[in-house]
Design a protein around this ligand. Structure first.
Ligand code: PRP
Ligand code: HPA
Length: 187
């Protein structure tokens, strides 16, 4: 006979396309990590109005929850970048929707759902280099330290995770899984 934990575990496992995923990070843990980042960032930007830039598609949920936790004046915009095909990076980061705002003299905080290889934030770093910003900072809900090989400083990190593929809370596997309110890890 199967034990109860085994049955519960089977129930919680999900399948997206051909892959199976298991529960990894709960909605409560995600919310606490985002609230902590919002608190840190508001402390660092008390004297000014930062411009937050969310990186679509993946960051839409993080940004939405982050904004609810950020209580000081701020502005928000989005940029759309993509490089992943299924579970693999293509190493070519494309800008799919750009910014049309003058950011001269502004403090900009890029908000990412995940920094993995760092290819995307490297491209963003280049993209903002000639925008005459006051400062550029990077915030990410997830960082995979074993995969990240770039020199760019990541100023605000929610949760460090091992180098395994995850889905949920904005992150997808080949288009699916973005609407999950918890994060799942590849089985
Ligand atoms: O550090 P990296 O290896 O560059 O990976 C991080 C990027 O990968 C994902 O985007 P993706 O290119 O899959 O596009 P999406 O946001 O539309 O899913 C994620 O949202 C990050 O932007
Ligand atoms: O682990 C991941 N999951 C989903 N999308 C991603 N983009 C980079 N890393 C990941």
């Amino acid at each position: 006979m199967l034990s109860l934990p085994f049955i519960l575990n089977l129930k919680m496992e999900i399948q997206l396309h051909d892959k199976h995923f298991v529960p990894f990070i709960s909605a409560d843990e995600l919310d606490s990590a985002i609230a902590k980042m919002a608190k840190q960032i508001s402390k660092d930007f008390q004297e000014e109005v930062p411009v937050f830039i969310g990186v679509l598609n993946g960051a839409f949920m993080v940004v939405s929850d982050f904004m609810k936790h950020y209580k000081n004046p701020c502005e928000l915009s989005f940029i759309k970048m993509a490089s992943y095909d299924g579970m693999e990076t293509t190493h070519e980061v494309k800008q799919l929707i750009g910014l049309n705002q003058d950011l001269t003299g502004r403090s900009v905080v890029i908000i990412e759902d995940i920094v993995d290889t760092g290819n995307t934030i490297e491209e963003l770093h280049k993209l903002f280099a000639d925008k005459n910003l006051k400062q550029l900072k990077f915030a990410t809900l997830f960082l995979k330290p074993e995969a990240y090989k770039k020199d760019i400083k990541i100023d605000y990190i929610g949760i460090e995770i091992e180098n395994k593929f995850i889905v949920g809370f904005g992150l997808d596997y080949d288009g699916l899984g973005r609407n999950l309110s918890e994060v799942y890890q590849l089985k």
